[in-house]
Ligand binder design. Sequence first.
Ligand code: FES
Length: 85
Amino acid sequence: MYICICNAITDRQIKEAVANGATTLGDLQFELGVATGCGRCMESAMELLPTPAFECSLHATEISRSRRQAANDMQLETPAVAAAY
Ligand code: FES
């Protein structure tokens, strides 16, 4: 079953990465690219990890915060593009 539509990553690929030592969402992002697009698959991907949910949610919050900051930076750098939307 596809977990990450943006990057065409399946649950099988995630389980294989976990079996090979992936323990965090960051590991999955680095190895597979899961949750590096729209981010909608983040929770589903984290459910397949062996690490405690608290630790994963802290990491996800960190990623979410950095994405928001990057989006804000882009808006500040390209006001003409932002105005077009
Ligand atoms: S569905 Fe995974 S990043 Fe969009």
